[in-house]
Design a protein around this ligand. Sequence first.
Ligand code: SME
Length: 162
Amino acid sequence: MFAAKAIGNLEKPEFYRELADQLGALLAGESDPIANAANTSALIFQMMPDLNWAGFYFLRSADELVLGPFQGKPACVRIAVGRGVCGTAVERRASVLVEDVLAFPGHIACDAASRSELVVPLIRNDAVLGVFDLDSPLPGRFDNDDQVGVERLAAIYLAASS
Ligand code: SME
């Protein structure tokens, strides 16, 4: 059994160092990309405060993301590249941090409670495989420390999964 250690009281950089260690331990010895995406979503949703959604979308063709493992309310299944925050992160091949989703043109509202969002692309050998998406009911929930920390978590997921 994997037991997550309480780290909610730590400052963000230290919080993400601890969470990265825990994710590495959780995924150690397993390379299945779906199983690892499921456990990555579960750990992050459990450990990060003020989230209402955490999960994966995978590129199933050159122009469309398809929903993968996640935690939170049921979500839209298909997102075209270039659409919404997720499709924008694929198009830009870079993380997209949205402090106020109501002010982001084309934001796709899967859960009406979402107010801010952080989407990190999954890139291996120059190929975008998908995105990891975090939603919060709080405006401005994510900052640069979160972006750096979640990019590191995404890298740990990619390194573990084949
Ligand atoms: N808000 C995302 C859609 C996915 S849900 O948040 C789970 C977007 O605009 O791409």
